[in-house]
Design a protein around this ligand. Structure first.
Ligand SMILES: NC(=O)CCCC(N)=O
Length: 267
């Protein structure tokens, strides 16, 4: 199967224009799994919680999920994309999994970063894995984490223990470390990872953040299968066999799952 990460450069608040700007690359991706960045259409560094709330939408009946479904239907791809979600009075930094058959599920970011903590509720649903199919109807297991979740090894580890073959990782990275770390996150958990980041600089009216690009697709052997430049919009892609993630033996004596000693791991 083909994984594609689309590295974008959105303008905060211009959700329609940001979706229009990425549509052509999604429709041309020719991939089984397309990963878009965290908050891909809204932008990230909100001036206020009121601005975040104004840009948030309900799932699955909001306009962005509908647009993602039209793209999934048109391409046959499964799409993972980040958006600000409103559920009653609560706002979440979420990612939706959308297939040609429609919305499949939502992940709410567990570990909020910096001023996200002012605007969003932390997700409390844990790390979910969905069974999806590629365009040849071959099934694989897809987990999702969002940006800063990478910093906590428990995120990718829990997804791997929950059976993920592939981890989609919508991001808005501003620190330099994640792209360097992701090959090891993939290796230590025996999964493929697909980090889709953005570029550009955004201000909240008082300070600004610059996003580092460097989207990256990694293999269970810590290979960097594809990577994007730092400051340009880009599309990266890689062909993988997701079931290769199910080979847990490292050698005749070691197995990445069997060798774990959770009874000795504190917390
Ligand atoms: N949007 C984010 O969660 C940024 C996390 C910090 C980083 N790794 O850049």
């Amino acid at each position: 199967m083909i994984i594609s990460c689309i590295q974008t450069g959105p303008t905060k608040g211009h959700t329609q224009a940001n979706k229009d700007a990425v549509e052509e690359r999604v429709l041309a991706a020719d991939a089984d799994l397309v990963v878009l960045p965290e908050l891909f259409a809204s932008g990230y560094f909100f001036d206020s919680t009121e601005q975040a709330a104004a840009l948030a939408e309900s799932v699955p009946d909001g306009p962005t999920t509908h647009r993602l479904h039209s793209w999934a239907r048109a391409t046959g791809a499964t799409i993972v994309a980040g958006l600000p979600e409103r559920d009653g009075d609560a706002l979440y930094n979420s990612a939706v999994v959308v297939t040609p058959n429609g919305w499949l599920g939502t992940y709410r970011k567990t570990h909020l970063f910096y001023e996200e903590t002012l605007h969003f509720e932390p997700g409390a649903d844990g790390f979910k894995v969905w069974t999806v199919t590629d365009r040849n109807r071959r099934s694989y297991r897809l987990g999702v984490m969002i940006c800063f979740d990478w910093f906590f090894p428990e995120s990718a580890r829990t997804l791997a223990l929950n059976g993920a073959d592939v981890i989609a990782h919508p991001s808005n990275l501003v620190l330099p470390h994640c792209p360097t770390a992701m090959p090891i996150r993939a290796l230590e958990n025996g999964v493929f990872t697909a980090t889709a980041n953005r570029v550009g600089t955004e201000s909240n009216g008082a300070e600004s953040l610059t996003f580092i690009g460097r989207s990256v697709i990694c293999s269970p052997s810590a290979d960097v299968l594809a990577s994007a430049p730092e400051a340009e919009e880009a599309v990266i892609r890689a062909e993988i066999d997701p079931h290769a993630a199910r080979e847990t033996a490292l050698n005749p004596y070691n197995d990445r799952h069997r060798d774990r000693r959770p009874q000795l791991y504190v917390r």
